[in-house]
Write a protein that binds this ligand. Structure first.
Ligand code: UTP
Length: 287
């Protein structure tokens, strides 16, 4: 089932990464040689998404520049005969149609997604959080589209978390209807381990229907005083089939320092041009 539009919320304050995020969005922090947001756009493109709406905050200029043409840089690379680098720079601008909308205040993920109402209309759409880097083959969004193809409805990505971590996520209550596929009855945002209805957390990939927007518009602030996407999903699940999928792959929370560092190491080790030398270096310092 094709989904052509994706919303990429990038207007959070990124407080866990200060001072790096004081003057630039955390989505522009670089993992090896690409900003976090490029990985997510590439995952969307691989699943057939052609139009992206990035929800930005105040520091959006570098994001816009990244997906735009860079005529002076391109001319300089051409003059020097740096054809490979030129192709890399041009590809970034050609990757997809990337649009922008501003979230006036960081009022929560639900509010950020609500900013995409006019862009999405009443189509099905994806929400992709650049904080969650997922290494998977096939990519996580493609796996979720296959679930949507089979079951219809809305699909969110699930990951099993340690009981002590439930307070950081939206946690589902549901039943497994097929291998890794859960029919969701309810969700709770950031429950204590005692309150958590399961250990299955919703992570940053969603396939949602356009009918979510009027629900979001009516969603009051919830946990942390923010408008929570989870709260809108709870309302949606009352009369619309909502599924969760325990995807195959590994997720890194790159909005967190330790997650960012581990993702950097994994991505560097997997690179044919860097991996062997980097692995040798790591071996040397660990011995
Ligand atoms: P987070 O809660 O992880 O992002 O939101 P944050 O608030 O920027 O991070 P910390 O906790 O202060 O370090 C998850 C995603 O939702 C976006 C963020 O940019 C991130 O991609 N978001 C969050 C918005 O776009 N707007 C918001 O109001 C809140």
């Amino acid at each position: 089932m094709a989904v052509h539009k994706a919303v990429v919320p990038a207007a959070g304050l990124g407080t866990r990464f200060l001072p790096a995020t004081k003057a630039q969005p955390k989505e522009m922090l670089v993992l090896v040689d690409k900003p976090a947001i490029q990985y997510i756009v590439e995952e969307g493109v691989a699943a057939g998404v052609r139009n992206f709406l990035v929800v930005t905050g105040r520091n959006k200029k570098s994001l816009e520049d990244h997906f735009d043409r860079a005529p002076e840089l391109e001319a300089a690379l051409r003059q020097k005969g740096e054809w490979e680098l030129l192709a890399t720079v041009e590809e970034t601008a050609r990757l997809a149609a990337v649009h922008y909308v501003r979230q006036p205040e960081a009022r929560g993920l639900g509010d950020a997604v609500a900013c995409a109402a006019a862009f999405v209309g009443d189509e099905d759409f994806a929400v992709l959080l650049p904080d969650d880097l997922i290494l998977a083959d096939p990519p996580c969004l493609a796996q979720m589209l296959a679930v949507k193809e089979a079951y219809g409805g809305a699909v969110v990505a699930l990951e099993e978390v340690e009981p002590a971590q439930t307070q950081r996520y939206g946690i589902i209550r549901g039943r497994e209807i097929d291998r890794g596929v859960w029919r969701i009855d309810d969700l709770v945002e950031k429950p204590t381990p005692a309150e958590a209805p399961s250990h299955l957390a919703v992570v940053g990939r969603y396939l949602l229907p356009g009918r979510l927007f009027p629900i979001l518009a009516a969603t009051p602030p919830g946990a942390g005083g923010e408008i929570q996407l989870t709260d809108a999903l709870r309302v949606l699940a009352r009369d619309y089939p909502l599924y969760g999928y325990l995807f195959t792959g590994r997720r890194f929370d790159v909005g967190d320092k330790l997650g960012f560092l581990t993702a950097t190491v994994e991505l560097a080790l997997a690179r044919p041009d860097l991996g062997p030398a980097f692995a040798a270096y790591l071996r040397r310092i660990l011995l």
